[in-house]
Design a protein around this ligand. Structure first.
Ligand code: IMP
Length: 193
């Protein structure tokens, strides 16, 4: 089975490919020649995930899936949340965003946070969503160089390492993205029998 993943983020693509079954061919926006940005105009992760999947499915008249992810930190009112990609401004780098979180949390004792991924599968005008959540803690400084985004400051519950100190397989053992993708993959199995 061939599936279009509506993302330009190479890190997300690599992670999803690493957990997809061998008989599932994941094709990216780059592979289908899509250039530009997908719309992300809403205030919830669920709506943005749906918006991206619906936009691409209608544009190419094909089934596809999209995902939207946010880091939700309790002590700063759930920030950066749906604004995770542009927390420190429109063209902010991963480093800028991490710096903003660390400075906003300076001196705060409560470090609890969670990553939430919502995958939307959009096909023939209908959609289904799959949510993966991983609880954890925000560190006081960056640790590790792997991964992307907020990986260097997030320690998932049950681990002593940040995501950025893990190999891809280790991250997958905890990952919010893998949890949502596993639910999606099970759904695909159910509808293909
Ligand atoms: P979006 O889902 O493309 O809107 O992006 C959300 C932002 O959250 C990304 O730009 C990253 O900064 C961050 N992010 C998403 N997934 C992860 C992850 O697995 N680890 C660390 N940061 C992530």
């Amino acid at each position: 089975m061939k599936l279009i993943f509506a993302t330009s983020n190479q890190h997300k693509l690599q992670e999803v490919k690493s957990v997809a079954a061998a008989d599932l061919e994941i094709v990216s926006l780059k592979d289908i020649g899509f250039v530009g940005e997908l719309p992300e105009t809403h205030e919830t992760i669920e709506e943005n995930s749906l918006e991206k999947a619906e936009y691409l499915s209608k544009k190419y008249n094909t089934a596809c899936f999209a995902e939207d992810t946010g880091l939700i930190i309790d002590s700063i009112n759930g920030e950066p949340g749906v604004y995770s990609a542009r927390y420190a401004g429109e063209n902010a780098s991963f480093e800028d965003n991490v710096n903003k979180v660390l400075s906003k949390m300076e001196g705060l004792e409560d470090r609890t946070a969670r990553f939430k991924t919502v995958i939307t599968y959009y096909s023939q005008g209908n959609y289904v969503q799959f949510t993966g959540i991983t609880e954890g803690q925000i560190t006081r400084e960056r640790m590790g160089n792997s991964g992307f985004g907020y990986d260097p400051i997030f320690i998932p519950s049950g681990s002593a390492k940040t995501y950025a100190e893990m190999t891809l397989d280790e991250k997958n053992a905890f990952s919010h993205r893998k949890k949502s993708f596993d639910l999606f993959a099970n759904h695909l199995k159910l509808i293909s029998v």
